[in-house]
Ligand binder design. Structure first.
Ligand SMILES: Cc1cc2nc3c(=O)[nH]c(=O)nc-3n(C[C@H](O)[C@H](O)[C@H](O)COP(=O)(O)O)c2cc1C
Length: 386
């Protein structure tokens, strides 16, 4: 097989390896223990555990899964952020971390409904985090209360099928009724959503251009690209050991890593083949992206960020239900200095001038090939021990 291999990593990029052979007998299927959580909890009798086993399937930036729960009070769940699992370079104010607490809470809430329980969610029960830091106080306290008026939400059935899809998307617009379903899924949340597709070619082109530039900046900024490299898990042994982060399981990268040709100890230079090829690959994906989706909030306090995460996973579940895929494009939304240009551009393009408005989420949207689920650490890893 004479071709170059492009291996996708966090943020939708790729580590490239020039190669001309294929490795017989190697599979890129993830090790079963890394994706066992996607089998679900079966008939787990403890309702809180049953619910949490669904919540851990939520999307989380860089798949860090920074969710810790205290179950010491009956019928309650207290959620904390795991401060050993933050992204200080690319998410300096932990905005995406807060969104990732929100995605978890939304799947928890949807799953409680399946059991006829109302999840009374109190955000920051011991006080709200400061705008730029997180601390040891809980992000939420959840009381599970039986409630005969609670009805299941159809989005719940798509939890196991939801994926962040970084493949190339088909060159066709999302169906109009699918866009309506995505919009409807976030009703009730204080977010403004929007889409762009092929009917607005100039606008679509601007979205693609900003995404490409933001991605390039992230890759050529050593401290931000290193943050992704640190959570790369290469090959089945690393993937099974960590069950988080960004999995690279392509046989060729595994071979390169095995012989020491994939150096993860330092950031590649801007002209390194791995950087230029990742940029080329990402740009090709962007150029073929038929549509983008976004979510804007007025204000950007901690509760708004959590609720934006809740709205996002609902939108992604609604997309899943209609056969559509999403991939967040967080780079231009990130608050580190080098991204100031793309940050300003995307806010302006979406009619969301900062600081009054914040673009909380911006994604590619389209029809894509079916992919494997991403690893999960499993429920026990999230339960605080007394
Ligand atoms: C707030 C937030 C930001 C994210 N940003 C990106 C991103 O910039 N690029 C990307 O490819 N995925 C992004 N993701 C998706 C995560 O990488 C993904 O949820 C995680 O790897 C687990 O995979 P899954 O969603 O398929 O379960 C983001 C997710 C969240 C919740």
């Amino acid at each position: 097989m004479d071709r170059r291999h492009f291996l996708r990593i966090a943020g939708g990029g790729a580590i490239a390896a020039a190669t001309s052979t294929t490795l017989a007998g190697c599979s890129s299927a993830l090790p079963p223990e890394a994706i066992a959580a996607w089998q679900g909890p079966g008939n787990e009798p403890d309702v809180r555990r049953w619910i949490l086993a669904h919540a851990i399937l939520a999307p989380h930036s860089h798949n860090l899964q920074s969710w810790l729960v205290d179950l010491s009070v009956p019928d309650e769940i207290t959620l904390f952020i795991d401060r050993s699992r933050l992204l200080p370079e690319t998410d300096p104010f932990s905005r995406q971390m807060m969104m990732s607490q929100g995605t978890f809470l939304e799947l928890l809430d949807l799953t409680a409904k399946q059991k006829g329980l109302h999840a009374e969610i109190a955000l920051f029960p011991q006080g709200v985090f400061a705008p730029t830091t997180v601390d040891a106080r809980p992000t939420a306290r959840i009381r599970l209360v039986p409630d005969a008026s609670v009805k299941p939400d159809a989005l719940w059935t798509h939890i196991f099928l939801r994926r962040t899809n970084r493949e190339a998307y088909e060159a066709r617009d999302p169906a109009a009724d699918a866009l309506q379903a995505i919009t409807a899924s976030t009703a009730g949340w204080a977010v403004r959503t929007g889409f762009v597709g092929s009917s607005q070619p100039d606008l679509l082109q601007q979205h693609r251009r900003i995404a490409m530039e933001a991605w390039r900046i992230e890759l050529v900024t050593p401290r931000t690209v290193m943050e992704s490299i640190k959570v790369l898990r290469v090959g089945p042994t690393e993937i099974a050991r960590h069950r988080d982060g960004i999995s690279l399981n392509d046989p060729m990268v595994r071979a390169l890593a095995a012989v020491g040709l994939f150096d993860r100890s330092k950031a590649p230079t801007p002209d390194d083949t791995s950087t230029t090829t990742q940029i080329k690959d990402f740009n090709a994906n962007m150029a073929a992206t038929p549509a983008f989706f976004w979510m804007v909030t007025e204000g950007n306090d901690r509760a708004t960020q959590i609720n934006a995460g809740r709205a996002y996973v609902r939108a992604q579940l609604a997309a899943t239900a209609t056969g559509l895929s999403m991939q967040p494009l967080s780079q231009a939304l990130q608050e580190y200095r080098e991204q100031a240009g793309p940050y300003g551009e995307i806010h302006q393009l979406l009619g969301a001038p900062a600081p009054r408005f914040t673009v909380q989420m911006w994604t590619r949207l389209g029809y894509a090939p079916v992919i494997q689920p991403a690893p999960r650490r499993g429920l026990e890893a999230h339960i605080l021990k007394a």
